[in-house]
Every structure is written in structure tokens, then in C-alpha cells.
Design a binder for this molecule. Sequence first.
Ligand code: GDP
Length: 197
Amino acid sequence: MVIKEAKFLMSNTKVEQCPAPTMPEYAFIGRSNVGKSSLINMLTEQKGLAKTSAQPGKTQLINHFLINDSWYLVDLPGYGYAKVSKGAREDWRKMINYYFQNRENLACVFVLIDSRHEPLKQDLDFINYLGNLGVPFVLVFTKADKQSSVKTDSTIAAYKRKLRETWDELPHIFVTSSEKRVGREELLNFIEEVNGQ
Ligand code: GDP
């Protein structure tokens, strides 16, 4: 898929205020600092589209972008900020839960995982939560340029082992590097395929 146009539409704290669900929607989420903003900017080829400097603890927003006038890219607030208060974490949980359960045009969630780390409980819990909800999702292993492909493969294998303990079917997996523009075609082609279904 060629990205002809990518524009920011709006930020919301409430799912009800999000754009009318008239187009398929692809949501990006992951732990803070996983490389979500960098990935969105790499995919859309717009350096400052998603803000890479979002500060933990700030208002948590659902950000909608309109791509090629035909689908929404959604930047969801991440999880795992160490300094966030219990209250803010609960607000995040409620908002995200409501979003996943009610956003009828949600076509797929891209769960971003740092390819450098062994499986983290927070990521596994989130994946299992999505699986239990029955929301379609894929895994995106980020920052692959930071180490050898052998190390990236070993991280992925470890996640697969963990997930097989609970699930018969494993999600689709992508490997990306925003730095080296790895995985861009694969992700965009996947979105194009799902859009065409
Ligand atoms: P976010 O908090 O998930 O939106 O993460 P950011 O996109 O702001 O990235 C967090 C940090 O990781 C920044 O310092 C980025 O420059 C760096 N980063 C993000 N993606 C990559 C990548 O693919 N490769 C490398 N080497 N660094 C990355």
C-alpha cells in the first residue's frame, strides 16, 4: 500500500467522541517507550505525526489519524508507565476496555513489543486479555536494529512458547525497525489485505 495522505483528526478521552465508525480502524498499543510513535511516523512517512515526546502521567488520549481517506490509524495510550498513579491506571484500563468492547469498526490491534526483552508479564497479560476478548490482533516486535536477528528470533520464540501455554493458535507476528525502515511494507500490505476482505 502506498500512503498518499496521512492526517491527524482528533484526540479523545471518550470512545463515544471518536470519529464515526465509517471506516476500518487499526489501533497501535504497547508499553511506554516501546517505539509506538516512531513506528506510526515510519509507516506514514511523517516525522512528527505521532508525538514521540508524550509524557507519562499526562492525559491519556485516543488519537485518530485518517489515512488515504479510507482507514483510521489509532494511537492508543500505552501501558506500563512506572510513575502513573493507581487512579490513572484504572482510568486507562476502563477507557481501553470500553474501546475494545465497543469500537465496532476495529479491524485489528497491533500490539507492540520490544524485541530486546524476554517476555514481560505486562505484555503477556495484555495479549491474553485481548485474546480473551476475541479482538483481532497481531504482534509487532520493535527496535529490531538494536540487536542481532538471532536475538530477535530468540525473543519471539520465547513469546511463542509462553503463548502456547494458553492458546492453540498464535497471532501473526511482524518484526520492525523504525530506525532502518524494516517491516513497513509488511505491515501496510497486511492492512491492505484486511481492508480488502
Ligand atoms: P513510544 O513511547 O512507544 O511512542 O516510543 P517512541 O517512539 O517515542 O520511542 C522510544 C525511544 O525508542 C526513542 O528514543 C526512539 O528514538 C527509540 N526507538 C523507537 N523505535 C526505534 C527503532 O526502531 N530503533 C531504534 N534503534 N530506536 C528506536
